[in-house]
Design a protein around this ligand. Structure first.
Ligand SMILES: Cc1cc2nc3c(=O)[nH]c(=O)nc-3n(C[C@H](O)[C@H](O)[C@H](O)COP(=O)(O)OP(=O)(O)OC[C@H]3O[C@@H](n4cnc5c(N)ncnc54)[C@H](O)[C@@H]3O)c2cc1C
Length: 390
C-alpha cells in the first residue's frame, strides 16, 4: 500500500489530519488500532470550550478555543449542543478573581456577560443558592464520536483509506528517514510522511523510529450521574483546578476532572480518592449531586506538551495545571534528525481542526508542495458512517 501521508491514530486529531490531508489532494491512509475514537477522544469531559477557562492563565489556548469553537459551529453544528456556559463564584472562592477573569476573557475575544446572581435560581434551579457572582460565556458540549466519524467520512469522500482494528507495530526507516510503517498483520504501508497522531501513545509510536516526544502524561478522572442537573456547562470562577466543571451531556451530568501525573498512557483507573473528590466537588455546585442517581466513573490520559505557565498558587497546586493546554507539531527531522515523521500532540478536542491544519502544513513543507487548507470553510457531513475499509 502506498500513500503520501500515513496517519497513525484515529481520534479527533488523526481523523482531522486525514480529512485535511485528503482534502488537499494528498493520498492518505489512516491506521487506528481500535475503533475510531476509542482513545481519549471518547473519554473526554465533553465540553466545547469557549476559551473562558483558559483566559487568565493560558491566553494562547483561550484564543485558539475562541476561533476554533466558532469554526466548528459553522462546519459541524450537528456535533454541538448549544448549552451555553456559566462561571460561578462561590463563597470562599477568591473574590478578586473575576477582576482578572473579565478583562482576560474580553482580551481573548470570549463573549462574556455578567449575570445577576438573583436570576440564577430561575436559570439553573439545580445550582447552589450561594452564588456570589455569575458570568455567561458561549461554552457548549461536543459529540466527539460523531465528530470523528464525520471527519472520517469527509476524508474517505476525498479519497482517504481508513483502516481500523490494526496497530502500527513498527516504523520503517531507510537512510535515516521514515518511509512507512508495518502493521500488526504484516501489511506494509509506504509513505512519504508519517503523521503520529497517537495522543497519549505518541511517545511510543515516535520511539519506533528512535525519536522522542517531550510530553508529560496527565490523568483526568470524571464521574457522571444520571439526569441533567444543570442546563449549561457550569464552571467555578477561579484558576483551573480539580473538579471545577459540570457538563450536561446526553442524559447525564459529568463532573471533572483531576490532573495527576502518570507514566502509562493505558492507566485508565478512576481511583477511589479521585472519585470521592469529584462527587464532593459536584455537591458544592449542585447540592445532592452525589446521591442523584447511578454513578459512572472513568479516566482518560492527556499528553501535556506545552510550556509551564505562571507560578503555582494555592488554588491551583498541581504542576500539570500550569502547563499550557496548547498543542505542538514536532518535525522529527529537526528534533531528532529523523526526517519523514511528524508528531502532533496536546491540545483539546475543541482545537482538533487547527491542530490538523498545522500538522498538514508541516507535511506540505516536508513534501515541498504547499497546498492551501480548506477544512475551516467546508462543512462536515451531518452523519459519518462506520463502514470503513479494513
Ligand atoms: C480527562 C480529560 C478531559 C478532557 N476534556 C476535554 C473537554 O471537555 N473538551 C476538549 O475540547 N478537550 C478535552 N480533553 C482533551 C481531548 O480529549 C483531547 O485533546 C483529544 O481527544 C485528543 O485526541 P487525539 O486524537 O489526539 O488522541 P486520542 O483520542 O487518544 O487518539 C489517539 C489514537 O491513537 C491510537 N493509537 C495509539 N497507538 C497506536 C498504534 N500503534 N497504531 C494505531 N493506532 C494507535 C489510539 O487507539 C487512539 O485511538 C480532555 C482530555 C482529558 C484527558
Amino acid at each position: 500500500m502506498k500513500a503520501d501521508v500515513l496517519v497513525v491514530g484515529g481520534g479527533a486529531t488523526g481523523a482531522g489530519v486525514a480529512r485535511d490531508a485528503a482534502m488537499r489532494g494528498l493520498r492518505t491512509v489512516l491506521v487506528e488500532r481500535g475503533a475510531l475514537a476509542s482513545g481519549t477522544t471518547a473519554k473526554f469531559h465533553g465540553q466545547l470550550h469557549s476559551g473562558a477557562r483558559y483566559a487568565v492563565r493560558d491566553p494562547v489556548s483561550a484564543r485558539e478555543c475562541v476561533r476554533e469553537s466558532a469554526i466548528l459551529r459553522r462546519i459541524g453544528p450537528a456535533c454541538i449542543e448549544e448549552t451555553g456556559g456559566v462561571f460561578v463564584l462561590l463563597p470562599g472562592d477568591n473574590p478578586g478573581y473575576p477582576g482578572r477573569f473579565l478583562p482576560a476573557c474580553r482580551a481573548a475575544g470570549v463573549a462574556v456577560e455578567e449575570l445577576d446572581p438573583a436570576a440564577i435560581p430561575e436559570r439553573e434551579p439545580g445550582l447552589t443558592r450561594h452564588v456570589v457572582r455569575a458570568f455567561a460565556v458561549p461554552d457548549g458540549t461536543l459529540d466527539s464520536v460523531r465528530l470523528v466519524r464525520a471527519c472520517a467520512a469527509s476524508a474517505t469522500a476525498s479519497g482517504a483509506r481508513i483502516l481500523t482494528g490494526r496497530s502500527v507495530t513498527g516504523l520503517r526507516l531507510d537512510a535515516g528517514r521514515v518511509v512507512g510503517a508495518t502493521l500488526e498483520d504484516g501489511t506494509s504501508v509506504e509513505a512519504e510522511v508519517v503523521v503520529n497522531a497517537a495522543g497519549a501513545w505518541a511517545a511510543g509510536v515516535a520511539a519506533m523510529a528512535g525519536c522522542r516526544v517531550p510530553a508529560r502524561l496527565s490523568k483526568g478522572v470524571m464521574v457522571a450521574v444520571a439526569g441533567r442537573l444543570v442546563h449549561a456547562v457550569v464552571s467555578r470562577c477561579r484558576l483551573p483546578a480539580d473538579g471545577d466543571i459540570l457538563v450536561p451531556l446526553g442524559g447525564s451530568t459529568i463532573m471533572g476532572t483531576t490532573d495527576a501525573p502518570v507514566k502509562d498512557p493505558d492507566d485508565g483507573v478512576a481511583d477511589d480518592t479521585a472519585v470521592r473528590a469529584m462527587l464532593a466537588a459536584g455537591d458544592e455546585l449542585v447540592p445532592g449531586y452525589s446521591s442523584a442517581g447511578s454513578i459512572r466513573t472513568w479516566a482518560a490520559v492527556r499528553p501535556l506538551v506545552g510550556d509551564v505557565g505562571g507560578p503555582a498558587s494555592p488554588s491551583s497546586p498541581s504542576e500539570g495545571r500550569q502547563v499550557s493546554r496548547s498543542h505542538r507539531v514536532i518535525d522529527h527531522g529537526e528534533h531528532d534528525g529523523v526526517a519523514g515523521l511528524i508528531t502532533i500532540a496536546g491540545g483539546k478536542a475543541t482545537t482538533f481542526r487547527l491542530m490538523a491544519e498545522e500538522a498538514v502544513d508541516a507535511v506540505c513543507v516536508a513534501l515541498g508542495s504547499p497546498r492551501p487548507c480548506r477544512t475551516a470553510r467546508e462543512e462536515l457531513p451531518a452523519e459519518g458512517g462506520l463502514d470503513f475499509a479494513r
